[in-house]
Ligand binder design. Structure first.
Ligand code: PMP
Length: 294
């Protein structure tokens, strides 16, 4: 991934892709003092750019460090790198981390670095898998409690359990893992939020120990515009068998139907397909009003 042409915005300037390197004694690498974002470019503009930049700044604040750039500067830097890469449909990865001056648990004085990369990445799950629905395996790892880890931050350290869960699921023939939380409730997939349709209504877990995704809020807004009731509540895994439809939402995953969770099977249905289409129209700038839920 590091050996390719292109440019990356790194601490204030565009530099060649191959030169965008950090030292091996970087605090972010050893102690996970690192936060990131995932954004998508549709028709040349980043969808909900400012919300993502704001979340990046907030994620760092939660970890106790301050970015040396304002939200407006991060927005501008993102637009610069997207333009420099010449991409109209792409994925954007901003990342911020503590540098290498001090090597130890404490690193109060370390320089904070920010980089933004952008590349072509059409689909998170393959288009075939997306339409047929993806298969999820329940992970043995639980989403931690909010007083165990900074669960409202898009912190790199939280993705350790996601990568382990997703690898196990993939190695056993699934596309992704379903993660329960520390109370045994349904939480989310490893990089996307969870929805289930029961009797024409949508149910989604209350995001009190995982990210309240930007796509999640967008899709709740789209559903309500369609007159579909959306209920945020605690969902237990025993309830999954009552679902008519299940789908995931995320910047990368967009709206992706789920066809299987462990031994249970589901068929992508009307609600999921409608929201997939509405989401596609919205991100492509068509005449769909965005009334994302607060
Ligand atoms: N949960 C996790 C663990 C994620 O990584 C993501 C992707 N950022 C989401 C949920 C969905 O968030 P969003 O819709 O803001 O991309």
């Amino acid at each position: 991934f590091d050996d390719r042409d292109g440019q990356i915005w790194f601490d204030g300037e565009l530099i060649p892709w191959r030169d965008a390197k950090v030292h091996v004694l970087t605090h972010g690498l050893h102690y996970a003092s690192c936060v990131f974002e995932g954004e998508r470019v549709y028709n040349g503009s980043v969808f909900k750019l400012t919300e993502h930049s704001e979340r990046l700044v907030k994620s760092a604040e939660i970890l106790g460090f301050k970015l040396p750039y304002s939200v407006a500067e991060i927005d501008a830097a993102t637009n610069l790198v997207v333009e420099a890469q010449g991409l109209t449909d792409a994925y954007v990865r901003p990342v911020a981390w503590r540098g290498s001056e001090m090597m130890g648990v404490a690193a109060q004085g370390n320089t904070v670095h920010v980089a933004i990369a952008c590349w072509q990445w059409p689909s998170y799950f393959s288009p075939e898998a997306r339409m047929a629905g993806i298969r999820l395996q329940t992970s043995k790892w639980a989403r931690p409690a909010p007083n165990t880890a900074p669960t409202a931050s898009k912190a790199a350290g939280l993705y350790m359990i996601c990568t382990m869960s997703k690898h196990t699921a993939e190695n056993e023939g699934f596309h992704d893992a379903l993660m329960l939380d520390y109370r045994g409730r349904v939480a989310e997939a490893t990089g996307a939020n969870f929805f289930m349709a029961v009797g024409g209504k949508l149910h989604t877990p209350t995001p009190d120990c995982f990210l309240d995704g930007i796509t999640r809020r967008t899709v709740i807004g789209l559903a309500r515009q369609r007159g579909i009731e959306v209920i945020e509540r605690a969902i237990m895994p025993e309830e999954l068998k009552t679902a008519d439809e299940i789908f995931l939402t995320g910047t990368a995953a967009e709206v992706t139907p789920v066809s299987r969770i462990d031994g249970l099977t589901f068929t992508p249905g009307r609600i999921c397909m409608t929201l997939m289409e509405d989401y596609e129209r919205l991100v492509r700038g068509a005449a769909v009003t965005d009334v994302a839920a607060e």
